[in-house]
Design a protein around this ligand. Structure first.
Ligand SMILES: NC(=O)c1ccc[n+]([C@@H]2O[C@H](COP(=O)([O-])OP(=O)(O)OC[C@H]3O[C@@H](n4cnc5c(N)ncnc54)[C@H](OP(=O)(O)O)[C@@H]3O)[C@@H](O)[C@H]2O)c1
Length: 245
């Protein structure tokens, strides 16, 4: 890590082949707010330390994996380090260079339906779209030239194909349905979780936790290890390791 970044977060590094997630949750475990856009920003209150960490984790990655639900819920966003935390743009660029990464992480959008906004700026800038045969037909030839397609029925095949294409250090920013599939498939190695000191509540909206559409407890016990815990003011920044490594 360049010293200016390490001074802010502390030491951070990853293995050569890894899948890690990053989410922000309210004190009561909520990560989505029904149909409201940009739930993460609302839940973190646009906290600057959280945004710095988002940038830092993006800066370490070969690719950022995203479900179509998150793309739809975040109009106008770019999943690049400097978009989320412009003040550290030079430091992030220096880190990528030092790590031998390309200038920007590749965005990888998962959509079975193929129903994604082709004019979303993150798609226009270039994305790899993971989709089904039906989704590929829906997309037709309409994707911008900056995009390419992986046809895969499940996340294991998709991640395998990404690795063949040289994307080994993979960050997922969700959402909960995509993360659920990655955990179910045993692909998630590490989970970064910011606990925001706000209470979201649950009543009318579907308000999800970090993992959706799959249940583990009580039958399947997926315990993790706490790798680091950092605090900035009232926010907690946690890093967990899953699996045996
Ligand atoms: N608090 C946080 O840190 C945080 C982080 C990220 C997201 N969020 C919030 O989470 C919400 C979205 O999450 P979500 O769980 O509803 O959706 P999601 O996980 O982002 O996306 C689900 C969609 O991804 C596609 N998909 C999933 N698995 C696939 C596979 N194996 N192959 C191809 N496509 C696949 C499908 O798209 P199609 O429907 O196109 O078939 C599916 O409907 C938003 O509200 C967002 O703001 C919060």
């Amino acid at each position: 890590m360049p010293a200016d970044l390490e001074r802010i977060y502390g030491r951070l590094g990853f293995g050569d082949r890894v899948v890690y997630s990053n989410f922000v949750a309210s004190l009561d475990g909520v990560v989505t707010l029904g149909d409201r856009p940009s739930a993460g920003s609302v839940i973190s209150g646009r906290n600057q330390a959280d945004r710095f960490l988002m940038g830092l984790l993006r800066a370490c990655a070969d690719a950022v994996l995203l479900g179509a639900g998150t793309l739809r819920a975040t109009p106008g966003h770019r999943w690049t380090p400097e978009h989320i935390y412009p003040d550290a743009a030079a430091g992030f660029a220096g880190l990528r260079k030092k790590l031998g990464r390309k200038p920007q992480p590749r965005l990888v959008v998962f959509t079975r339906s193929g129903d994604i906004a082709l004019d979303h700026p993150a798609v226009v800038a270039g994305a790899t779209v993971v989709t089904s045969e039906a989704g590929a037909r829906t997309l037709g030839g309409r994707l911008p030239d900056s995009c390419d397609v992986i046809r895969a029925d499940d996340v294991t095949r998709a991640v395998g194909e990404l690795r063949l294409r040289g994307y080994e250090v993979l960050l997922t920013e969700g959402g909960p349905h995509l993360l659920g599939e990655l955990v179910q498939a045993g692909l998630l190695d590490e989970a970064f979780l910011t606990i925001s000191p706000v209470i979201a509540g649950r009543d009318v909206d579907a308000r999800l936790g970090m993992v959706a559409s799959v249940e583990f407890l009580p039958d399947r016990q997926l315990w993790s290890r706490l790798l680091s815990a950092r605090r900035h003011e009232d926010f907690l920044f946690l890093r967990y390791g899953l699996g045996k490594s």
